[in-house]
Each structure stands twice: as structure tokens, then as C-alpha cells.
Design a protein around this ligand. Sequence first.
Ligand SMILES: [Fe+2]
Length: 212
Amino acid sequence: MNNITSVIQKAKDFLINNPYDEGHDLYHHLAVWKNAQHIARHIKESADIKSLHIACFWHDVVTTPIENRNFKDRDKMTIKTAEYLQKLMLELGCNKDLIERTIIAVCEHDLNSRPTTIEGKILYDADKLEFLNVKRWIKILDALKTGKMVKIKLFLYKKAGKRWISKLKRMYNFDYTRKLHDKKVNEILNNSTANKIAADLGEDLRKILIGE
Ligand SMILES: [Fe+2]
């Protein structure tokens, strides 16, 4: 196993055994990596693919054990993860530039950030597109129903969706992501499961997606 594969395998171990929650598990990270590769292939700027690959798999990893977590301390958990990742990459002999690019991308991926590197910009867009993944909505709702996820998260995720989804087009870093966003929005508006979920939650799907 080379050092890149080892770093990614460690992220997968955390995502399987200690995910942040069912909306931020291995499935989410695989989807973000798929989106990121897609975006990277369709933009003019070229990214360091190794750094992007690692950042995609580590961006929502939480190293804090579940019993010690307070979900209000998400920022602190991200810093701990970045410190852990930096140490791991050094131990595995990754070069300084790769480590720096990766850590910056991970630390600049949250909604309120404005990423400063090409890898960070791709990760940001790839991650935010996952607001529009109906299968992910279903996973989260199933986890709420079975008690795997605390009920307050439904309120928090609904609030985040209503606040941000219709604004995402202004926040993306690439026109290509905006095209992908429009395609996904159209698919969701015509998706009977998505319409049923919105109706069951008493929400106006069109208003959430396009703000009107
Ligand atoms: Fe994410």
C-alpha cells in the first residue's frame, strides 16, 4: 500500500467505525470524491489530484470518539481532525506541499468559508452539491426514524437546507458546478420520492430548491 492509499484507508476506517453521523459517513465521502473528479475534469485549472483525493475522504472525518462529542463543537472537531491528518501524513512520509494543500482544503470546506486553493474550491463545490442528493436525504430520515441520529438534527438539517440550498449557486466556485446544480434541481423537482419527503415534512420543495 503506498502512502496515499494508506492515508485514505485510515479515513475509510474512521468513516465506517466512527462516522460523524449517517449524513457524513463513507457514502457521503465517496459521493463527494465522485463529484470532485467530475468537476476537476471539466474546469480549466488543474488540481493536485492526490491532495484532492485525500481531502475529499478526510473532509468530514471526526477523530473524536462518539461518547466525547458535542455536535455544537463541530469546528473544534474539524481542527482536531486536521491536526490528526497532518501528523498521519508526516508519519507516512507525504511531502510538505501535499500535506499543506490537503490540510488547507479540509479546513476551508465549510459553508461559510471562501476556499483559497484549487483543491479547496473543488472540494467545496463537490461537497455542497451533496445537499442535492435525495438518497442522502433518505439515509438521514431513516437514521432519524431508527434512532441512530438524534431528533434535533432533523431540525438543524432542515434549517440548513432551507437557508442555503437556494443560495448555493452564488456560492460555488465554478460555472460547471452551477450547471450540475441546475441539472440536479430539475431532477429533484421531477422526483416523486423527493416530492413526497417534502410534503411529509410540510415543506415547499420548489421554494427550498430555487427560493420561489
Ligand atoms: Fe461533507
